[in-house]
Ligand binder design. Structure first.
Ligand code: PLP
Length: 412
């Protein structure tokens, strides 16, 4: 069956909860063992002191380690990515920082694509550096040879441990090839004699329109605050991957204590039921809005993965290889300057002026002075994040109402 058919039931057994058709919220810190022997068994497994016996599953111990809401959510989420396992976190940033800490160590080298989410950039440059972890970045215009040149000239090629990419990149929808990064990871795994992992922040298109694990990536990361949650009412994160990856990530999570709460996990279970229809509607709305924008005389350029949006041949090739749809994020350059952009943003009525994305309501923001304000000016220009750029996250409203709102905001 398709994931959308299983989002209401997978992993939940009504007979364990008085027959309730919906999974209750398990607001409990700890769980009662049936016997001391059972408690011993659970701990042996949880701490990896022995292999599990046939059909033996880890029992419930303590909500920092596991909880029914967490386990059911993690099981359901794996269906979209056909992942062996998943681990849920209290935010996208806690998912990202836990992966970076687990797969890097003092002296290691990290290779990452730019631009990345502002919080990720900060963690790489202000936290990882404290642990002696070095990072080099590459941009959308760097070819494979140039990337390898950068790795070589860092003098730490042998220490390369993790390749981290965010694609499509926020806010301009620039595409990075997942397959190329997987090849690069394989090459350095052989050269270095240790595994070089490839992680993809899949928040923008996943899990419906892009599936990095199926393209060979080792780790997929989500800010579940965005499309997975989808209602602007929670903060959460997710990591998907092989059994080996998830065991490592969950072990570190147990000791950092940054797991998702049962309440937030329950809210995400509700959100997942409508994930497919929300994202489909958001995408079809975005296609209409992008079409309108690309013909409007006040618009200089549209950054969208659909019709009229993708310009370079290389991007078209990557899009065909790894994207199943254009998604619902649109940026565009307005003709004029910051004043013009602000006038447009201030005049919107149906679109709310707020950062974040992926929710049922449409949102608009100004990356250069808001989400991407921290990027140094020369880099911003190189990445097309100028004062003219406006970012839209398209929701589930009526598409004609969205277009009418944009139309009246231009007329301001
Ligand atoms: C929002 C976001 C994050 C951070 O997630 P939080 O849930 O806010 O911690 C990371 N990556 C991308 C691409 C995002 O959009």
């Amino acid at each position: 069956m398709k994931p959308e058919s299983l989002m209401m039931s997978h992993g939940y057994k009504p007979e364990l909860s008085q027959g309730a058709v919906k999974c209750p919220i398990f607001l409990t810190s700890t769980f009662v063992f049936a016997s001391a022997e059972e408690g011993k068994d659970f701990f042996e497994l949880a701490y990896g002191h022995r292999q599990s016996r046939p059909n033996e599953e880890l029992g419930l111990i303590y909500s920092r380690i596991n909880n029914p809401n967490l386990e059911i959510l993690e099981d359901r989420l794996t269906l979209w990515d056909a992942a062996a396992g998943s681990a849920m976190f209290e935010s996208g940033m806690s998912a990202i920082s836990t992966v970076l800490l687990e797969f890097l160590k003092p002296g290691a080298l990290l290779l990452y694509s730019a631009p990345v989410y502002g919080g990720t950039h900060h963690f790489i440059h202000h936290v990882l550096t404290k642990f002696g972890i070095e990072a080099i970045e590459f941009g959308v215009n760097d070819h494979q040879e140039e990337i390898e040149q950068k790795i070589a000239s860092s003098g730490k090629a042998k220490e390369l441990a993790l390749i981290y990419i965010e694609t499509p990149a926020n806010p301009t929808n620039d595409l990075f090839s997942i397959a190329e990064m997987v090849e690069l990871g394989k090459k350095y795994t052989e050269l270095n004699g240790h595994k070089v992992y490839v992680a993809v922040d899949n928040t923008y298109l996943g899990p419906i329109w892009q599936k990095p694990l199926q393209l060979g990536a080792d780790i997929t990361i989500y800010s579940a605050t965005k499309y997975l949650g989808g209602h602007s009412d929670l903060i959460a994160g997710a990591v998907m991957g092989t059994a080996e990856v998830i065991t490592r990530v969950k072990t570190l999570r147990t000791f950092l204590g940054n797991m998702i709460s049962p309440h937030t996990a329950w809210m995400l279970l509700r959100s997942l039921e409508t994930l497919q229809i929300r994202m489909e509607r958001q995408q079809s709305n975005a296609i209409e809005v992008a079409k309108f924008l690309s013909k409007h005389p006040m618009v200089e350029r549209v950054y969208f993965l659909g019709e009229g949006g993708i310009v370079s041949e290389k991007s078209q090739k990557i899009y065909k290889e790894q994207c199943l749809g254009p998604g619902a994020m649109i940026s565009f350059d307005i003709k004029g300057d910051e004043r013009k952009a602000f006038a447009f943003l201030n005049k919107l009525k149906l679109f709310k002026l707020a950062v974040s994305l992926g929710s049922t309501e449409s949102l608009a923001e100004h990356p250069a002075t808001m989400t991407h304000v921290d990027i140094p000016a020369p880099s911003k220009i190189k990445m097309n994040i100028t004062e003219k750029l406006i970012r839209l996250s398209i929701g589930v409203e009526d598409p004609q109402d969205l277009i009418a709102d944009i139309q009246q905001a231009f007329e301001g």
